[in-house]
Ligand binder design. Structure first.
Ligand SMILES: Nc1ncnc2c1ncn2[C@@H]1O[C@H](COP(=O)(O)OP(=O)(O)OP(=O)(O)O)[C@@H](O)[C@H]1O
Ligand SMILES: [Mg+2]
Length: 270
């Protein structure tokens, strides 16, 4: 379970570049929930995921994972509990290491270090099976360097690695956005299979409205560093892409109305 309370994060405070990226985000994700996060560009989705995984420390608020307060934990320490896949296929894996070596590292998440990159024999055959199940023809390329694979193959492997040892929380930040439609579909299917099979508590950011309505059992919509709307249960099941698009339209309209209103107020008070 993930519990985020009153998170605040401002980048470059006190300068002309100041950005209030998180403005009091509160969110509760029960065990096994699959939450899809949507929102306009710059609404704070990635910042929220980065805050949870510890890329930086938040200014205030708390982050609890399975009942433990991890707000001040380092990113490394949180990585034992949190698996993540980014948009960029080039992050998340070590390009000069082979598939087998990368997965050997993933298999040791949260365990003692210093065993070297060798893969135990039993793990190797499990690995081959799971990679064959990806349907990407990678099972005979365990000794290939990750850097030689396509973006889609890398994302599928990164997902496999992030979930090899069941994480308390899986964070996916537009992990199919850089892939061609067919490959994106393949990686989404894999995501669904793994998340449902292992009942992983998951936060997935996407700009795809079909993904937002068809995946997950909860939806969170962010805007300007806040959670604007949440849908779960029947409401989430009934959502259609048009509903979300009209929500976005409402938000944009409110923003447009905001600007003249602010201008009016400024003029009244000068
Ligand atoms: N490391 C950083 N340093 C400075 N500003 C940042 C940093 N990370 C994010 N921001 C700013 O915080 C705001 C929120 O950014 P964020 O990346 O969380 O948006 P997002 O919702 O993920 O958008 P997108 O859909 O475009 O990925 C933006 O104005 C962004 O420029
Ligand atoms: Mg983002």
């Amino acid at each position: 379970m993930l519990e985020v309370r009153d998170l605040e994060k401002t980048f470059h405070p006190g300068t002309t570049d100041e950005v209030r990226a998180l403005r009091g985000v509160t969110l509760s994700v029960p065990d096994g929930a699959f939450v899809v996060v949507i929102g306009t560009n710059g609404s704070g989705k990635s910042t929220l995921l980065n805050a949870v995984s510890g890329t930086f420390l938040v200014d205030s608020g708390t982050i609890r994972l399975d009942g433990t307060d991890v707000t001040r934990w380092s990113e490394d320490r949180r990585a034992r509990k949190v698996g993540r896949v980014f948009q960029n296929p080039f992050s998340g894996t070590a390009p000069a290491m082979t598939i087998a070596e990368n997965l050997a590292l993933a298999a040791r998440r949260g365990k003692a270090r210093g065993l070297g990159p060798a893969l135990p024999r039993a793990l190797r055959s499990e690995l081959r099976d799971r990679i064959a199940a990806l349907g990407m023809g990678l099972e005979d390329r365990l000794e290939s360097e990750i850097g030689t694979l396509s973006g889609g193959q890398r994302q599928a492997l990164t997902l496999l690695m992030a979930t090899w040892v069941k994480p308390c929380l899986l964070l996916l930040d537009e992990h199919t956005a850089a892939l061609d439609p067919k490959t994106a579909e393949q990686v989404i299917r894999l995501t669904k299979t793994i998340v449902e099979r292992d009942r992983l508590t998951t936060l997935m950011v996407t700009h795809s409205m079909p993904q937002a309505v068809h995946l997950g059992d909860r939806l969170v919509m962010m805007h300007r560093g806040k959670v604007l709307h949440e849908a779960a249960g029947e409401e989430k099941r009934r959502l259609r892409p048009e509903d979300l698009l009209s929500r976005f339209e409402e938000v944009r309209r409110a923003d447009r109305l905001d600007a003249p209103a602010a201008e009016l107020l400024r003029n009244l008070y000068v």
